[in-house]
Ligand binder design. Structure first.
Ligand code: HEM
Length: 224
């Protein structure tokens, strides 16, 4: 679901929104820091000003990533999720009631909220579908295909173009996104390389030599 229009951060820079800007205070966290716990007592709405943050659920040693938010995205602490800085991150945070009073005046708030919650809901459906119907190998192939579709680049080296996909996550982060262990994801990636479905091209970067073969494998069809 995509909305064209102004980014919330740009919108907040407008002179007439000085009052709204003033309710937000700014704080930074280093990469890896847990910014909010699921049972955070302060009821805050926050906007990501810099870096990426991971929104996730955790129980004992299991974690499920529901979404990765970037600059201009917003979220709230009352959603009952953990929030962790993936990069060095800077957030603008304000009390939920203060935001409620002003949010109707700024359509970019609602648009951003629908986009962010829509993406998180989509990921959540995919996690539920995966847990219920698919094993981890299928889920990993699906993830790589989605990345190839959304951000794959064709790099021309020599005569031929190659489809390169950059996963943008460490194996550990990928495992958390897919609800698996780091060892399992690492083994499966190596299996896919051995099966000729992927070729390694540096850290988190892979070449897909034959997209159709990968799609057939993901669909469980023979001849991949
Ligand atoms: C983009 C993320 C979100 C934003 C900006 C946001 C913002 C808000 C605001 C401004 C209110 C009104 C507070 C008031 O009445 O004073 C509210 C209420 C509420 N939100 Fe969110 N929210 C977000 C995500 C979520 C999510 C993911 C959940 C559930 C998992 C959630 C659950 C609720 C509930 C249950 C209320 C009603 C609370 C009550 O009336 O006591 N919100 N939210």
């Amino acid at each position: 679901m995509k909305f064209t229009g102004v980014n919330l951060l740009d919108e907040l820079k407008r002179d007439e929104l000085g009052d709204l800007r003033d309710i937000f205070s700014e704080r930074s966290w280093p990469a890896g820091a847990v910014i909010f716990d699921a049972d955070e007592t302060d009821n805050l709405v926050f906007i990501i000003a810099e870096g990426r943050v991971r929104v996730y659920l955790a129980y004992e040693d299991k974690e499920f990533t529901l979404g990765i938010l970037g600059p201009g995205d917003l979220y709230a602490t009352h959603a009952g999720c953990y929030v962790q800085a993936l990069d060095n991150a800077r957030l603008l945070a304000a009390d939920v009631h203060a935001v409620k009073r002003c949010m109707t005046e700024v359509p970019a708030f609602t648009r951003t909220m629908v986009r962010v919650l829509g993406n998180i809901l989509q990921n959540t459906f995919s996690i539920i579908g995966g847990l219920a119907f698919k094993d981890i190998y299928d889920r990993l192939m699906d993830y790589i295909l989605i990345q190839a579709r959304d951000s794959g680049e064709t790099v021309v080296e020599g005569e031929d173009g190659e489809l390169i996909v950059t996963l943008g996550l460490t194996v550990e982060q990928l495992a958390q996104l897919l609800g698996a262990t780091r060892q399992t994801v690492s083994t499966l990636l190596n299996d896919m390389v051995r099966a000729g479905l992927l070729e390694k091209r540096g850290r988190g970067r892979f070449c897909i030599p034959d997209l159709t073969a990968l799609k057939r494998a993901a669909a469980g069809l023979p001849g991949a």
